[in-house]
Design a protein. Structure first.
Ligand code: B12
Ligand code: SF4
Length: 550
């Protein structure tokens, strides 16, 4: 007779962690007890230990999806053992799926790795542990046995996504960008599955198809519940790629979700969406369909704005596709943000300069730039190993760029833009958030103040971006000129000073939007929310009034 098992799931919760929350719902649906506890920073270790002592789970299941967090999780799990926990510890997610051997060889605290999608084996594992049965029949499991590793056969098929319960949500919804906020996924996998730096293709490699979709009605049902029961108004689709392989399929999918939401009586004007998309399928019809659904922001997969860079990153997109996507999305009023992986193994100085020129052409779009990082399972990992440029240490490998001048530029980037005390990352992160925030406010709190703030946000982003474009070019010149420590320090000081100044400006705009949203939410209660922006009340709340709308 199977005993009901107690499972405690741990994962980074910068926002609701859909992996552990989905697995928690799945376990509960099959009669087990499951709870989640967040671990995003080492400072939260004490709270995790307390929770383990209180709950005394049979199984501790940790999501180590992020390779960059692996060491923090290993430290935590060692501390858990040192604290006296004797139950079973299993880890899962992207990184352990590929690095299971090394994890089990080096991490004595960890008993097993459950590879690929966790639903395939988590229930069997919980049952086996709770009833003291053998682990032999648990699919996808790798564990220590007889001084060796036992690798059970894996199930290589997508779960029936519509058959899965919705993720267990926190009691109170998150607040992001001044709204009640939730994330969700409407698919698993990616139809492109080929990008150099990405492990999603490898994660689903052995399956018959590259991706699986939930039905539009299942997606709409989850959104409707979040909206009605939790008052969620802002939703972020965490699908790697919300758009499908052709514009026609994508438009059909978006229209289906919209129709299903309407069928459920959801007031679409009260919802705003953020999505991620590859540029190649975004045309005017897709942009219009997205806007019609209520999308306000798109994180567009630009990644590199040169033909050679796009080829090197195996993006399968050309520059004209990127230009078209940007033009269509902005024409339909969507806020677009993007990232540029200017540093990759074969990057050249000319390529980086061409990327900077791309930024200059659209200074009002929030962006960030960096290096393609190695994650386990990615083609990049294989490339740097075969080229002999991998260096550093597991689990966070480093690599050398082939062009020595580009490598020097990257080293300067690492010690200045990305230096330990740098404000750069915080600023660019804040500007991306600010741009989505302004777009959400324009949709959910439309009015003259919202428009005026959005204009101020665009102005700040443009000023910051043009400044950064100059600094990136200066960094390239420093690298070419073999600049010494003193010049690099002077460069850094100027960079940090301006970052701090822009951060203060960004914070002021963020606060102003939050005040506007708070005021409108209060007036909404009385059904007179338009008073805030249309009557001379905005000033009372410290919000600019702006010009009357045409
Ligand atoms: C949401 C998300 C985020 C959120 C994180 C939210 C949070 N948890 O707090 C944000 C936006 C903050 C984020 C940031 C980053 N992310 Co991210 N992110 C994702 C994304 C798009 C979706 C994850 C998700 O919710 N999926 C839905 C759930 C249901 O699926 P799942 O996570 O795959 O979980 C299933 C299985 O993996 C498995 N599983 C997972 N955990 C466990 C645990 C156990 C015990 C078991 C048995 C099974 C299991 O079972 C689950 C159910 O089937 C994934 C891509 C992806 N498609 O998964 C990237 C991804 C996880 N992120 C990635 C990266 C690189 C990052 C960043 C480093 C990016 C950056 N340069 O800053 C940062 C680091 C974040 C950090 N915490 O430090 C990589 C990870 C690669 C790696 N091995 O390191 C991914 C895979 C994207 C990619 N294409 O490469 N990210
Ligand atoms: S980066 Fe995005 S488009 Fe490229 S393979 Fe990964 S999920 Fe697919």
């Amino acid at each position: 007779m199977d005993r009901c098992a107690k499972v405690l799931l741990i994962g980074a919760e910068d926002e609701e962690n859909l992996a552990i929350r989905s697995l928690s719902a799945f376990l509960i649906g099959r009669g087990h007890q499951a709870r989640v506890v967040g671990f995003s920073r080492p400072g939260q270790a004490a709270a995790v230990l307390t929770e383990i002592r209180r709950r005394r789970p049979d199984v501790l299941a940790a999501s180590v999806a992020f390779q960059c967090k692996a060491d923090a999780f290993f430290d935590l799990l060692r501390a858990v053992r040192a604290d006296g926990f004797r139950g079973h510890i299993v880890v899962g997610g992207h990184f352990p799926t590929f690095e299971y051997r090394r994890i089990l060889q080096t991490q004595a605290a960890i008993d097993s790795v459950l590879r690929y999608e966790g639903e395939h084996g988590i229930v069997q594992l919980a049952q086996a542990v709770a009833s003291g049965a053998s682990l032999q029949a648990v699919p996808n499991l790798v564990y220590r046995a007889n001084g060796d590793l036992a690798e059970n056969p894996c199930v290589h098929a997508f779960m029936d996504l519509d058959g899965l319960p919705f993720p267990r949500r926190a009691k109170r919804p998150l607040r992001r960008l001044g709204e009640r906020f939730a994330t969700l996924v409407s698919s698993r996998g990616c139809w492109h599955s080929s990008c150099l730096y990405c492990c999603i293709g490898a994660f689903h490699h052995e399956k018959a198809g590259r991706f699986a979709l939930r039905s539009a009605s299942s997606v709409a049902e989850e959104i409707a519940i979040l909206h009605r029961q939790k008052g969620v108004t802002l939703l972020q689709f965490h699908d790697d790629n919300f758009v499908l392989a052709t514009p026609e399929l994508t438009c059909g999918r978006i229209r289906d979700i919209r129709r299903e939401l309407q069928t459920r009586g959801v007031d679409m004007a009260r919802l705003a969406f953020l999505i991620k998309a590859r540029p190649d399928v975004v045309d005017d019809a897709v942009a219009a369909a997205l806007a019609d659904l209520g999308s306000v922001g798109v994180f567009l997969g630009v990644e590199n704005a040169t033909p050679s860079g796009l080829r090197a990153l195996c993006r399968g997109v050309d520059l004209s596709g990127i230009e078209r996507a940007l033009a269509c999305l902005t024409r339909h009023g969507l806020a677009v943000t993007y990232n540029l992986l200017v540093f990759h193994p074969h990057a050249t100085m000319d390529e980086i300069r061409a990327n900077v020129a791309f930024v200059r052409k659209r200074p009002e779009l929030a962006f960030d730039f960096g290096r393609a990082e190695i994650v386990a399972g990615s083609p990049l990992e294989r490339l740097v190993v075969s080229e002999g440029t991998r260096c550093g240490q597991w689990p966070m490998w480093d690599y050398r760029l082939l062009d020595p001048v580009v490598q020097r530029a990257f080293d300067i980037n690492r010690s200045t833009f990305r230096g330990e005390y740098s404000h750069y990352s915080a600023l660019m992160h804040e500007l991306i958030a600010l741009c989505y925030h302004a777009a959400a406010v324009r949709r959910l709190h439309a009015g003259r103040s919202a428009e005026a703030i959005a204009a101020a946000v665009a102005e700040l982003i443009a000023a910051a971006n043009l400044f950064m474009a100059d600094r990136i070019e200066e960094m390239l010149a420093l690298a070419e000129g073999h600049a010494g420590e003193v010049s690099i320090q002077a460069f850094d000081q100027a960079l940090q000073g301006r970052c701090r100044q822009h951060l203060r400006q960004a914070d002021a705009l963020r606060q102003e939007m939050l005040r506007l949203q708070a005021a409108e939410h209060v007036f909404d209660w009385f059904g007179i929310r338009s008073m805030v922006q249309e009557w001379p009340l905005a000033g009372l709340f410290g919000v600019r009034r702006g010009r009357a709308l045409a």
